[in-house]
Design a binder for this molecule. Structure first.
Ligand code: UFG
Length: 340
């Protein structure tokens, strides 16, 4: 039986797919794939389509024997969600609703869902525990919280077991240096800085320097994308062994300011990273740092590539080797796979 990975060509999706492929899992990948992302898929049978389309989902579920779903297909930019909230509800909430309906129709009863630290909003205490009340400060976090709650009700009514993984700030790249972070347009802090190091961008704008933090810039908990991929594998095996549903933070438990990230990127790349101070970005909480204890105690997962240095080094390896990101399909390199 196969594992269906929704959003399998995205940043976390491609790294999770790569790990599961290495573990000899049979993979079916759904992605509303930007052409350039087709080269992010390392293996598996690929369907190009949209979760909001129930007929498309019927085709995927009827053509394959699906054991479990890993769901990472979402719009995920905090800033964009502030200006296009309805798109976020449509892509994230409605897309997941259609997916759960399809799972119910085809009697698939296991899902691992990619949630986010953005559901916490401005935390009441740090590090943040899963039991701390959610209070999103942006529509992106609201949609992920709505989905977590939908999963709870779907379990009660339809017996669909779930693990929701609340990622903190994903960073780094696959150990091979062949897949990595490539968004278009890029908005994430570390890849933007690496573009500066590559001479593709002049400087970084720090979004606010009067937050109540040690140097005034925002603090985030950066976690390596391959550690996140492993968390999905561990969660999948938990559900396979009839473990209960659960919600877990995926972070390191340590936070870094934007200025500290600049210093690390400068050290790793050997290049200065010029910056200026700009306005705060709407929807940004000052501090997001995880308590990763619950998942360690219950699933035995802990981050293995936990230093910021390791994360930036692996991200730099990818960016250095692929300064233009993934090769485009019409540049002639296409992975094996049945793109439907
Ligand atoms: N930042 C800057 N300048 C930039 C870009 C970012 O100062 O040009 C700052 C942001 O204000 C933030 C930090 O760098 O404090 C990290 O910003 P990112 O845009 O890289 O990431 P976010 O923290 O906004 O969001 C990321 C994911 C979300 C997820 C969140 C969880 O994109 O999906 O982490 O912490 F919800």
């Amino acid at each position: 039986m196969a594992v269906l990975i929704c959003g399998g060509a995205g940043y976390v999706g491609s790294h999770t797919s790569a790990l599961l492929f290495e573990k000899n899992e049979e993979l079916i990948i759904i992605d509303r794939m930007a052409r350039e992302r087709q080269n992010a898929v390392i293996g598996g049978k690929v369907y190009n389509g949209d979760l909001n389309n129930s007929e498309f989902l019927d085709k995927v579920f009827s053509e394959n024997e699906i054991e479990a779903v890993i769901h990472l297909a979402a719009s995920s930019l905090v800033g964009e969600s502030m200006s296009c909230p309805l798109d976020y509800y449509n892509n994230n909430v409605v897309g997941t609703l259609r997916l759960l309906e399809a799972m119910n129709r085809y009697h698939v009863d296991k899902i691992i869902f990619s949630s986010t630290a953005a559901i916490y909003g401005n935390p009441k205490s740090v590090p943040i525990k899963e039991s701390d009340g959610p209070s999103p400060t942006n529509p992106y976090g609201e949609t992920k919280l709505a989905i977590e709650r939908m999963l709870g009700w779907a379990e009660k009514a339809h017996g669909i077991k779930y693990v929701a993984l609340r990622y903190f700030n994903v960073s780094g790249a696959h150990d091979s240096g062949e897949i990595g972070e490539d968004h278009s347009p890029e908005t994430h802090l570390i890849p933007l800085m690496l573009q500066v190091a590559l001479g593709q961008r002049e400087k970084i704008v720090i979004f606010g320097d009067d937050y109540p933090t040690r140097d005034g810039s925002c603090i985030r908990d950066y976690v390596h994308v391959m550690d996140i991929a492993e968390a999905h594998y561990v969660a999948l095996n938990k559900l396979r062994s009839d473990g209960p549903s659960g919600i877990y933070n995926i972070g390191n438990g340590e936070g870094f300011t934007v200025k500290e990230v600049i210093d690390t990127v400068s050290k790793v790349t050997g290049k200065p990273i010029p910056f200026e101070i700009g306005a705060k970005r709407a929807g940004d909480p000052a501090v997001l740092v995880a308590s990763p204890i619950l998942i360690r105690n219950e699933l035995g997962w802990y981050p293995k590539r936990s230093t910021l240095l390791e994360m930036v080094e692996s991200a730099w390896e990818w960016h250095r080797r692929h300064p233009q990101g993934f090769p485009k399909i019409d540049q002639g390199i296409q992975k094996e796979g049945n793109v439907t």
